[in-house]
Write a protein that binds this ligand. Structure first.
Ligand code: CO
Length: 503
């Protein structure tokens, strides 16, 4: 049936907008002045939490994650709150047990989270099922995500099939997540059409303007009957973030599905922009011109825009600038060997790292711990089988057998459940409620630092321009991504520092 309803506009400025353009550094205090305005506008949902905001907020801004959620709920009482959740990873980088996932979702819903947008870096529904079921159990909306990517083994038909599987396990909507901004309009049209013909639940789309396709892609998706699109607000819009709301409204002007927008709503967007421009200036340490402009390079290389700037920075640091093309040529080699995994947090970092190692040390001469885990099935089922030679090499190096079960069910990996976490918190003298347990499960070091900072005497006030800018921690050795939030990757107990560039 044709969709004639006005397309719903969601707004991402409080999450993906600043994650994509300002290294996730927007603080709750900087958000609050626009919350009432955003709430009044009447967006379908406000994306306010999740992705990298929980780690970055705790690490750099020393904000307790649930405090921000409370503040958003209070300041935007009319709007639905939406968050991005990495399936069994929650918002971390390793798989967590079911009781931790369940507790996290329960706590978040209690603090006002309405929509859980749930994805898995490998598009493995087994890694999304627990989060989807947990959200439904507490009466929240569970949205199942398709991570869009290009490869010889990905096709519109397979993505539609995944959408059907997600609906079957309970997803209340299917979201096309184009984290790299790579989906061209006609493909978006075909994918939305295919999903609309095969699933009963609403279909939403999320893209980035990185390569300049975003606006046209949304237009095509609206033509195909998509129910909702994600936009942001300048200056935290366009470039590597979502298309700007006003721009998208103009792109849809006179389209039968364009929502009616009042003069007051336009005024609101202008007021939001005015405040955010001031904030953008305050965050100048974390913004960069290369992220603000449309660059078709991402299309040439078929990787997220953030990966391009990360490679440039890192190769420069290692005085390997002349190897740029070589490292990029290695990305599809690594992806192919690892079963054509999509490039999204954390797999974009894993593939980027390994491509760099392959060029620096020789192909497969040094395998990262994460490469071993992907090759052995510890992240889930890859879109196509892992190269058997690489898998054999990985099994030998890791001294582990490949697995085919849901990774979190593997007995090879010891994982801490809620009661173990509670004991650890008690031993530390920290609060032992569920909220502290779930954050501790993901970010123990940041929690330690948070309590240390909280209990320390207040430092002298910094100059106004850097009020919210915590100093960058020292870079660890090895290939650390630069330019976005600096994250700790913990896989099977091994800790790795990486940069997260998109979620
Ligand atoms: Co995004």
């Amino acid at each position: 049936m044709e969709n004639n309803r006005p397309v719903i506009f969601n707004n991402t400025v409080l999450r993906d907008g600043h994650q994509s353009l300002a290294a996730t550094r927007l603080s709750t205090q900087q958000m609050l002045p626009v919350c009432g305005l955003l709430d009044e506008w009447g967006f379908g949902a406000l994306e306010t939490w999740g992705g990298a905001t929980i780690d970055a907020g705790l690490r750099f801004l020393k904000e307790w994650p649930f405090d921000r959620l409370d503040a958003m709920e209070k300041a935007c009482p009319k709007s639905k709150q939406m968050m991005l959740l990495r399936g069994q990873n929650i918002v971390a980088y390793a798989h967590l047990p079911d009781d931790v996932v369940e507790a996290f979702v329960r706590c978040s819903a209690k603090h006002g989270m309405d929509i859980f947008r749930i994805f898995d870096a490998l598009n493995d529904p087994r890694n999304m099922r627990c989060a989807i079921e947990s959200a439904k159990k507490v009466g929240a909306e569970a949205h199942g995500v398709i991570c869009y990517t290009t490869s010889p083994v990905h096709s519109i038909e397979k993505f539609v099939k995944l959408g059907c599987e997600l609906e079957e396990i309970g997803a209340d909507a299917i979201v096309i997540k184009d984290m790299a901004g790579l989906i061209p309009p006609q493909k978006a049209y075909n994918l939305v059409k295919g999903l609309k013909q095969n699933v009963k639940v609403p279909v939403w789309i999320h893209t980035h303007e990185t390569a300049g396709l975003g606006g046209a892609t949304y237009y095509a998706a609206v033509e195909a009957g998509v129910d909702a699109i994600d936009c942001s607000v300048v200056p935290f819009a366009n470039g590597t973030a979502q298309p700007d709301t006003i721009r998208m409204l103009s792109l849809l002007e006179d389209h039968p599905r364009c929502p009616k927008v009042t003069a007051r709503q336009r005024e609101i967007l202008a007021e939001v922009r005015k405040h955010l421009e001031k904030v953008y200036g305050e965050l100048s340490k974390f913004t960069s011109h290369i992220n603000e402009v449309v660059d078709s390079d991402a299309l040439n290389y078929q990787v997220p825009g953030g990966m391009l700037s990360n490679f440039r920075n890192q190769l420069k640091e290692y005085k390997m600038e002349d190897k740029f093309n070589e490292v990029f040529a290695e990305v599809p080699v690594v992806r192919k060997a690892l079963g054509w995994i999509p490039l999204v947090t954390p797999t974009s970092q894993i593939v980027g790292n390994q491509a760099f190692f392959n060029v620096k040390m020789g192909r497969w001469k040094q395998l990262s711990k994460e490469t071993l885990d992907v090759a052995l099935g510890y992240y889930g089922t890859t879109p196509s089988p892992v190269d058997p030679d690489l898998q054999a090499l990985a099994a030998k190096q890791a001294n582990l057998e490949p697995i085919t079960c849901r990774p979190v069910d593997s007995p090879a990996v010891k994982r801490k459940g809620m009661e173990d976490l509670r004991k650890e918190l008690a031993a530390k003298g920290y609060p032992t409620d569920d909220e502290h347990c779930v954050i501790w499960a993901m970010f123990p070091q940041q929690v330690d630092e948070y309590f240390k900072a909280k209990n320390a005497p207040p430092p002298p006030p910094p100059p106004a321009a850097t009020l919210s800018a915590a100093p960058e921690p020292a870079q660890s050795s090895g290939f650390a991504f630069a330019g976005k939030a600096h994250m700790r990757l913990s896989v099977n107990g091994h800790q790795h520092e990486v940069m997260v560039e998109e979620a």
